[in-house]
Design a protein around this ligand. Structure first.
Ligand code: E4P
Length: 222
């Protein structure tokens, strides 16, 4: 399962990219707005694209298919490798299918059920983003939903990729991988949290101390 970073923050993306295991970035209007109301969206997206190089999902803001396609064309004029993120609404499916017919990759976002996921796949989405945290927030078991979607993809042999999104904690990453998600898009703080283990820290400290002790002993011998 690939890991994308779910943020529009340059410092976080720069550090995450330097770790060597991040293969893409997803953004959304809320993540861009969190950065600053004055943000130059085009500049920021181009900067992110330069840093990571791989997948970059950019979301449209309109709710009408014609407008979504127009926005997609504007994003693609900035950088043609963009994946266009489109909300899972009927107008969004229409835009998705029109873009797919032109060979443009789309990421259908805000998917909360298996039926929505099937519709997004059939409309030609290249990526289908199933939200975990927001499902858990309303007492619906996101792991079950993702397992169901994963099973359907296996049975049907769908070629679109499942993205586990709205990840809130490291356990979601494990559940996503076990459910067969192809990608998990993870906030920076959760990526860092998922790399930590107290026994690793303790082990590193012990190795460093023992090495230093050994060097100190050695220096006494010369
Ligand atoms: C997906 O691509 C979305 O940007 C994201 O995962 C939303 O997560 P949230 O529920 O934490 O806002």
């Amino acid at each position: 399962m690939e890991i994308y970073v779910d943020t529009a923050n340059i410092e976080h993306i720069r550090h995450a990219a330097s770790l060597g295991f991040i293969s893409g970035v997803t953004t959304n209007p809320s993540l861009l707005a969190k950065e600053s109301p004055n943000i130059d969206i085009k500049e920021r997206l181009l900067e992110i694209h330069k840093l990571v190089g791989g997948h970059l999902s950019v979301e449209v803001n309109s709710l009408k298919a014609d407008e979504m396609v127009r926005e997609a064309d504007q994003i693609l004029s900035w950088f043609p490798e963009a994946t266009i993120k489109i909300p899972m609404i009927p107008e969004g499916l229409s835009a998705c299918s029109r873009l797919a017919k032109r060979g443009i990759p789309t990421n259908v976002t805000l998917v909360f059920s298996a039926t929505q996921a099937i519709a997004a796949n059939n409309a030609g989405a290249a990526y289908v983003s199933v939200f975990m945290g927001r499902l858990d927030d309303v007492a619906q078991n996101s792991e079950q939903t993702l397992l169901e979607v994963g099973d359907i993809w296996d049975i049907q042999g769908y070629s679109s990729k499942i993205i586990a999104a709205s990840i809130r904690h490291p356990l979601h990453i494990i559940q996503a991988a076990k459910a067969g998600a192809h990608i998990a898009t993870v906030p920076y703080n959760v990526i860092m949290q998922s790399l930590k283990h107290p026994l690793t820290d303790k082990g590193v400290e012990l190795f460093v101390n023992d090495y230093e002790k050994m060097m100190a002993e050695k220096s006494k011998l010369v």
